[in-house]
Structures are given as structure tokens and as C-alpha cells.
Ligand binder design. Structure first.
Ligand code: NAP
Length: 349
């Protein structure tokens, strides 16, 4: 079987570049179409894009001419990393035109018909797409917000073993999470900014959808309360979350450690190309995880968890860390597409 042809919407951006880097040698997908704003349209990618990742622009896309993010594009599926103010309507038009849209942007994440997917955590939510399976019809699948993904991944084994009753998360988020050029250097140097627009609300609602239950044609969110406070810090890549959790039943911190360390899911069972061997790596050192040291664990697809301890207020606490443009964005979307392929959702009529 030939490779599946992929289009990238927002291809010149922070996440778009990461998509191209991660797809350069992908065994199942090949990039055949690129789209961005009118600033870039009509130019070969290498001329339109200021490449800001280590290494060079992948050879196969250097000469591809950047197009408008509108159907038709010469591809079978699209990955979307468009700004949220335009992503919603553009993605709807692609889905209506019959494209399978795998988005990293936020507008459709809470739609009833859209699985908000972490393949290790809630692969069953793909059943929301069963009506389209095999019809050749378009659909949208979303990955979560870049901080939600590590919080929900870390909570998944705790919810399964002990039940979760309440969660309070405080994030320290990297500058690249704001895209390029992101936060002005004079605002973030020697500083912490205790505000990221809509981030706290996204973590609170998305976590409950991901850990919710599929019934009939929608997901009923998990009932536990989630409280998030988000901060932008002077780190280039790697979001960190200090999490306090109230469990439904008593547990020793050693049991939490074992639940994190033993956790694996369907991507590992199916050996999907982007699946890390361990979705959650436990760090036992007292000063880990740290963004600079741990963000690239598992090729950026593992989250790292440490500082597991009892907490005087909610019962237990831990610190989680993940790479925001890999597990938090492009890598998450690619893993979603690999699961869609493995489960037959990318087949035609
Ligand atoms: P970015 O660096 O600002 O890149 C934005 C991309 O969208 C560029 O390719 C840009 O093209 C294109 N674009 C901007 N305005 C457009 C328009 N009017 N029409 C068509 N294309 C347009 O942003 P980013 O960080 O990659 O984020 C992209 C999306 O991913 C956002 O929705 C963001 O919330 C989400 N996200 C980001 C992260 C992260 O860690 N950065 C993580 C998770 C989710 P030009 O170069 O031509 O302007």
C-alpha cells in the first residue's frame, strides 16, 4: 500500500514546522500539500518559511508551493495547526468536502461529534466516528490542549485504579506554546506571566471530556472537579504541571508510582510508529522532571512524572512534564492519525 497523502494547514508556524520535521521519514504518511496565510501563499515552502527548528527544511517539501487553507488540496487527510480564530470554519469546510481532519487547534475540541483523543487514554471515543467509517465521508478528530494532554495522561492510570474525585493543577508553560514570535522578550525575560488566554478553562473542560464516558452519540464528561491556574515562564520548550489530586479511595504514594510506571495503552500494543515505549516515565530524583532535561523523553512523546507524594490538602501530589509541540501538538496529532489508520477510519468507501 502507498503512503497516505497529507496536507498541513498552518505549515509555516511553530507547530506546522514540527509536523514537517516529524513526518519527514514517516513510514505511513507523506506530505503533499502545504497551506498558510496570504503572506506565504504562492511561494515555495523554503522561501515562505523561516525555519526555526534544528536541522534543515525537509528536502521533500522545500519546493512545495504554499496554498490557501481551503479545499480542494492535493491530499487524503489534513493536519491543522491554524490559529484558533480561523481554524474552526476552515476545518468545517474541509470535513464537509470529505477530508479527514486531524486538528491540533481548539475550536472543535468540545463538539459532540468530535473525539478529543489521547490514543493511550480514550481510544474508545473514536466510536463517535463509526457512522462515517468506510463511507469516504469527512470528519474531525482533535488532540487536546498542550497542557491538558499531560494532565489527562497522568490522571488516566489513577482514574482507572483508584478513581479521581478532584484535581488542582498549576502549570508553568513554555514560550513556544504561544507560537512565533509569541510573548515579547521584554515581557518574559526575568519574569513569569500569570495569564494565558482561555488556557485554564480549556484544561478544566477538556480533561473531563477525555476522561468521560461514551454513551450513544456523545461523551458525558467525568464528574470530578478540575481547577487550573496557568503561567507563562521563561523556558523555550516543555510545559510543566504541579498537580494535586483527591482520589476516590485511599492509596499509598508507592501505589501511584506503580500505576504511572506500569501504564501503557493501545498505541504500544499496536506498535504505532510514533508511540513511545512508555507513555509515562517516572523520575525518582527529588529535582525532576525539568523542562531542559526531560522534554525530549521518548522522542518528545513520553511525559515525565516525579515528586509523587502525599498532600495535606487533596491527598496526593505530583509534577508532570511534556514537550508542548510534540506530545502537546504535532506528535499528538500524528499519533491520532496512526490510530485512525490502524483502526480502519482512513479507508475509503
Ligand atoms: P504560529 O507559530 O503563530 O503559526 C500559525 C500558522 O498559521 C502559520 O503557518 C501562519 O502562516 C498560519 N496563519 C496565520 N494566520 C492565518 C490566516 N489568516 N490564514 C491562513 N493561515 C494563517 O502558531 P502555532 O504555535 O503553530 O499554533 C498553531 C495552532 O496550534 C494554534 O491554534 C495553537 O493554539 C495550537 N497549538 C499550539 C501549540 C504550541 O505549543 N505552539 C500547542 C498546541 C496547540 P504564515 O506564516 O503565512 O503567517
Amino acid at each position: 500500500m502507498g503512503k497516505i497523502r497529507v496536507g498541513i494547514l498552518g505549515a509555516t508556524g511553530t507547530v506546522g514546522q514540527r509536523f514537517l520535521q516529524l513526518l519527514e521519514h514517516h513510514p505511513q504518511f507523506t506530505v503533499t500539500a502545504l497551506a498558510a496565510s496570504d503572506r506565504s501563499q504562492g511561494k515555495p515552502y523554503a522561501a515562505a518559511c523561516v525555519w526555526r527548528l534544528p536541522g534543515a527544511v525537509p528536502d521533500a517539501v522545500r519546493g512545495l508551493v504554499v496554498q490557501a487553507p481551503e479545499p480542494p488540496l492535493d491530499c487524503d487527510i489534513v493536519f491543522s495547526s491554524l490559529p484558533s480564530d480561523i481554524a474552526g470554519s476552515v476545518e468545517t469546510r474541509f470535513a464537509r468536502a470529505g477530508y479527514r481532519v486531524v486538528t491540533n487547534s481548539s475550536p472543535h475540541r468540545m463538539d459532540d461529534a468530535v473525539p478529543l483523543l489521547i490514543p493511550e487514554v480514550n481510544p474508545g471515543h473514536l466510536a463517535l466516528l463509526d457512522a462515517c467509517k468506510g463511507t469516504g465521508g469527512g470528519f474531525i478528530v482533535a488532540n487536546p490542549n498542550c497542557s491538558t494532554v499531560m494532565i489527562a495522561l497522568a490522571l488516566a492510570p489513577l482514574a482507572a485504579r483508584f478513581g479521581v474525585a478532584a484535581v488542582a493543577a498549576t502549570t508553568l508553560q513554555a514560550i513556544s506554546g504561544a507560537g512565533y514570535p509569541g510573548v515579547a522578550s521584554l515581557d518574559i525575560t526575568d519574569n513569569v506571566v500569570p495569564f494565558i488566554a482561555e488556557e485554564e478553562e480549556k484544561i478544566e473542560r477538556e480533561t473531563r471530556k477525555i476522561l468521560g464516558f461514551l454513551d450513544a452519540s456523545r461523551v458525558t464528561p467525568a464528574t470530578f472537579a478540575v481547577s487550573a491556574q496557568c503561567h507563562r515562564v521563561n523556558v523555550v520548550d516543555g510545559h510543566l504541571a504541579a498537580v494535586r489530586v483527591k482520589l476516590a479511595r485511599a492509596a499509598d504514594p508507592a501505589e501511584l508510582r506503580e500505576a504511572f510506571a506500569a501504564f501503557t495503552g493501545l498505541p504500544q500494543e499496536l506498535r504505532l510508529p510514533s508511540a513511545p515505549e512508555r507513555p509515562i516515565l517516572v523520575r525518582d530524583e527529588p529535582d525532576r522532571p525539568q523542562p531542559r532535561l526531560d522534554r525530549d523523553a521518548g522522542g518528545g512523546m513520553s511525559i515525565s512524572v516525579g515528586r509523587i507524594a502525599r498532600d495535606g490538602v487533596l491527598g496526593h501530589r505530583f509534577v508532570a512534564l511534556s514537550h508542548n509541540t510534540i506530545r502537546g501538538a504535532a506528535g499528538a496529532a500524528i499519533l491520532n492519525a496512526e490510530l485512525l489508520l490502524a483502526k480502519g477510519y482512513l479507508e475509503g468507501p
